[in-house]
Design a protein around this ligand. Structure first.
Ligand code: FPP
Ligand code: MG
Length: 321
């Protein structure tokens, strides 16, 4: 993430300091697990979006760095739970918390970080700020439940898939951007613009995540690839591939999702997906979302911070991890 190193290094450093400081527990167990996951190779996209959105609005108070941890804590809490649900072994280039400390510790650490995020958010004494966070978390859980219900469903539509990722991923990114406007007490047009920015960026982010699951490698991605298919998760690359392949391969996918199969069969389908237009179509959709995100910023005057947000948007579709 070269641009971040160049342009946003100081913000990232300050956010990282607060992430460790704000854990706020004397229990060494909580601190140890917290540092393992919080100091992993995370992108810190959500707290960074909050900080940059505040600055875009001219809200420069020192506490924005501390408040930004709300968005990373909620995100990490959701990842800790998600890794238990997905039986994930790696996260952020490190063994996942459930792998090292077990499922119980991972779930409880997630609960702890979520509770911490609410305590920190409460310090704003701003009910709308809290409302946005509660609503985003609510939607994240709905997204995960929809994903669970739709697993192994070969008939999942593009629209249903978009609805899942809007809830499970975009809701927190849009809240991070929108909460900056709430805190700064800006007018509703700017609040909506920042909401739209975060929403579209979040959609692009998840599309690229699901695309990289088909084409990246574990070393680069920081987590195993080809996992979505193995977990029965039907994502956009698979939806597009199914539209293009013949009856025989479609039958093989249905069988694989229903009965699970051997490694060779998974490898066959994973390769098949990459041989279709599925990957380029997914990337094209992601680019469209990013362009929409960037257009949402038209309302704001040119500034170095706006340039960073635009660069960050470009990074979301160009990223390899
Ligand atoms: C990762 O997606 C997971 C999410 C985007 C959201 C997970 C949300 C929850 C578990 C519910 C909310 C819970 C709390 C405690 C706030 P992915 O599995 O597609 O990505 P991955 O490949 O990185 O695992
Ligand atoms: Mg997962």
């Amino acid at each position: 993430m070269k641009f971040i190193l160049d342009e946003a290094k100081s913000h990232i450093e300050r956010i990282t300091n607060e992430l460790i400081k704000n854990i706020g527990s004397d229990l060494s167990f909580i601190r140890e697990i917290g540092e393992h996951i919080l100091l992993g190779n995370g992108k810190l996209l959500r707290p960074l979006l909050f900080v940059l959105s505040c600055k875009l609005l001219g809200y420069e108070e020192e506490r924005i760095y501390s408040l930004s941890t709300v968005f990373e804590y909620i995100h990490v809490a959701s990842l800790l739970h998600d890794d238990v649900l997905d039986n994930a072994e790696m996260r952020r280039n490190r063994p996942s918390v459930n792998t090292v400390w077990g499922d119980h510790a991972a779930i409880l650490q997630g609960d702890f970080l979520y509770a911490r995020s609410l305590i920190i958010a409460l310090s704003t004494k701003n009910l709308r700020f809290l409302e946005k966070i509660a609503d985003a978390t609510n939607r994240m859980v709905e997204g995960q439940i929809m994903e669970l219900i739709c697993s192994n469903n070969v008939d999942l539509t593009r629209e249903q898939y978009f609805s899942i990722i809007e809830k499970k991923t975009s809701s927190l990114l849009s809240a991070a951007c929108e909460c900056a406007a709430v805190l700064a007490g800006t007018d509703i047009e700017k609040e909506i613009a920042l909401h739209n920015f975060g929403h579209n960026l979040g959609m692009a982010f998840q599309l690229i995540d699901d695309m990289l699951d088909y084409i990246s490698s574990e070393d680069v991605f920081g987590k195993p690839v080809g996992k979505d298919l193995r977990e029965g998760k039907v994502t956009l690359p698979l939806i597009y591939a199914i539209q293009e392949i013949g009856e025989e391969d479609r039958g093989r996918i249905i069988k694989l999702l229903k009965e699970k199969g051997n490694n060779k069969e998974y490898e066959y389908i994973l390769k098949k997906v990459t041989q279709t237009k599925a990957i380029s179509r997914t990337k094209y959709d992601a680019l469209n979302f990013v362009n929409k995100a960037k257009r949402s910023l038209d309302l704001f005057d040119s500034s170095p911070i706006k340039d960073i947000l635009i660069e960050l948007s470009n990074y979301v579709v160009q990223r390899e991890r």
